[in-house]
Write a protein that binds this ligand. Structure first.
Ligand SMILES: NC(=O)c1ccc[n+]([C@@H]2O[C@H](COP(=O)([O-])OP(=O)(O)OC[C@H]3O[C@@H](n4cnc5c(N)ncnc54)[C@H](OP(=O)(O)O)[C@@H]3O)[C@@H](O)[C@H]2O)c1
Length: 509
């Protein structure tokens, strides 16, 4: 297999893609269109109120993004026609059987689709259990049921996550889950019971005339409780694991590839180095440095953070599709870096500090430059809890007393800060399994796939389908590619999306 044969494989193919409005999905769409303009059709399943808004979502959130610039330049005025010809928006939702499509559309689709890529998921760690279950578990089941209807299907590629491994330590292999398997000894998972539990909880909430807020809180807590009961750290990875189990059980005899990336980071090489969407786990550290308001982070500097650039994930997706086309069975790939080229939090911390030392960010309301302070890292949850107690909880207690003495004059401020404090503590518990992760993802299967790629340098394959993390110089990647993206992001953007950052920044008393 070489780059030409991978590119050639997609000629004339019809592909159904879910999750194309997401970060990973749009990078995949762009790459397919860029390397194989003779792909027949990309059906993009989009959630929207009507066909027109589905089309608009693609224009605004997929083809309108900066990564399509290369294609825009290539096609010039013909770009719009090219997109119209190749992309077909499909109004639907994986939560529903047949994605909620009507019979005619379903027939058209099932008679034409060669490949299905299921990238749709809710990626919120503490999503409501019902929503996460409907999307990540039942959604996968619906995709699988649809795949069985496709008369010319060559393969189904399902995107999962390496963190279905939970908090396991040591070497983690690319092994499938058995139905009902859990990460806690002595427990057994029955997916049917989980469906009933969600149903019963919904009925109970309705019977109690619960408010939307209470309903959301109950469902979020239920997800975390169920996840932890079976040994997973959060609702997201728990439901992704169940999705894999169902897929393994229901797939029948069509080819399935389950791809498990670790933390996906900005584009390394193509089409636009540094491009990323949203602020993801490790980015809180970078933002903290950039704005100098976020003084600490939960991470062991010596431990390995498994990150992988999004273009490498897309390359692995495309090559694995070709490798397993029309081949019976299920293959699992870790698209990770910890085994081949581990990057520690220390590398990230040093590169980020060096970048902002060389390129001091403008900080503060008046735009004045502030001296860079080193960020403090905690390698244990106990350590960070203690720090939080001394730095924030104690002053909060004092504020509470002052508030009582002032007959509640500071109540608003006190309540806001208490709420923020609780929120940060919840985030610490949620992020700890990732930032203190002690496992190492074995990627032997992916290594075999890499070895199957022809290493002919003249073949352009290194450029087109590189998914070997050994080719990454992490310090250089962080310094020149990933971190600079954040130096220009506005404070407002940080405040809108910066999860942990917002919480900690707003805690300052
Ligand atoms: N990002 C990472 O670091 C990472 C790491 C490992 C694995 N993954 C996996 O990679 C995949 C893509 O992740 P991402 O970061 O690109 O996620 P993302 O940016 O959050 O995008 C999620 C996508 O799924 C779609 N979606 C959600 N619920 C849906 C539903 N019920 N029906 C149809 N579409 C639905 C979303 O559509 P809307 O736009 O309508 O919401 C969006 O297009 C996921 O399966 C995720 O588990 C991601």
């Amino acid at each position: 297999m070489d780059a030409d044969s991978v590119v050639g494989y997609f000629r004339g193919k019809t592909i159904l893609i879910t999750g194309s409005t997401g970060f990973l999905g749009k990078v995949l769409v762009e790459k397919i269109l860029r390397v194989q303009p003779d792909v027949k059709k990309l059906f993009l399943l989009i959630r929207a109120s009507n066909a027109e808004s589905a089309k608009l979502r693609i224009q605004n959130e997929v083809t309108g993004t900066a990564i399509f610039q290369v294609l825009k330049e290539k096609y010039g005025l013909g770009f719009h026609n090219f997109i119209e010809e190749k992309i077909c928006p499909l109004l639907g939702d994986i939560m529903y059987e047949n994605f909620g499509l009507d019979t005619a559309k379903l027939r058209e689709l099932s008679n034409n689709v060669d490949i299905i890529v299921n990238g749709a998921a809710t990626t919120n760690f503490s999503e409501r259990y019902d929503v996460a279950f409907d999307t990540n578990v039942l959604g996968t089941k619906h995709v699988c049921a649809f795949a069985k209807k496709c008369t010319r299907l060559k393969m189904l590629l399902h995107v999962s996550t390496a963190y279905v491994a939970g908090e396991q330590m040591g070497i983690i292999q690319e092994k499938p889950f058995l139905m009902g398997e859990t990460l806690r000894v002595g427990t057994h998972l029955d997916i049917e019971s989980e469906i009933n539990l969600i149903k019963d909880t919904r009925i109970e909430l309705k019977a109690n005339c619960s408010t939307e807020k209470d309903e959301r809180k109950t469902m979020k807590e239920l997800g975390l409780k169920r996840a932890r009961q079976f040994g997973w750290p959060n609702t997201y990875v728990f439901t992704k694991a169940m999705g894999e189990m169902l897929l393994g059980q229901l797939r029948g005899d069509f080819p399935v590839v389950i791809l498990r990336p670790s933390m996906i980071t900005s584009i390394l090489k193509e089409p636009l180095p540094g491009w990323i969407e949203g602020i993801r786990t490790i980015d809180s550290v970078i933002i903290g440095y950039a704005k100098q308001t976020f003084s600490f982070f939960l991470a062991d500097l010596d431990s390995i953070m498994d990150v992988i650039p999004v273009d490498m994930v897309v390359n692995a997706m495309m090559v694995s599709m070709v490798a397993h086309s029309e081949e019976q069975g299920q293959s699992i790939y870790h698209v990770t870096s910890s085994m081949r080229n581990p990057a520690t939090y220390a590398v990230l911390s040093k590169s980020v500090h060096r970048y902002f030392f060389d390129n001091p960010p403008c900080i503060g309301r008046n735009g004045r430059r502030v001296r860079l302070k080193k960020m403090r890292f905690f390698s244990t949850v106990t350590g960070i809890r203690l720090y939080m107690a001394i730095k924030y909880k104690l002053p909060l207690k004092m504020l509470r007393l002052v508030n009582i003495a002032l007959c509640g004059a500071l109540s608003r401020r006190f309540n806001k800060l208490s709420k923020n404090y609780r929120f940060v503590m919840q985030l610490i518990e949620l992020y700890a399994p990732f930032s203190l992760f002690k496992g190492c993802f074995d990627d032997m299967n992916l290594e075999r796939l890499r070895m199957a790629m022809n290493k002919d340098q003249n073949n352009n394959e290194a450029y087109y389908f590189d998914f070997d993390p050994r080719s990454i110089d992490w310090d250089n990647y962080f310094y020149t590619v990933h971190v600079p993206v954040y130096s220009n992001t506005s404070v407002t953007e940080f405040y809108l999306t910066g999860g942990l950052y917002i919480a900690v920044a707003s805690l300052e008393l």
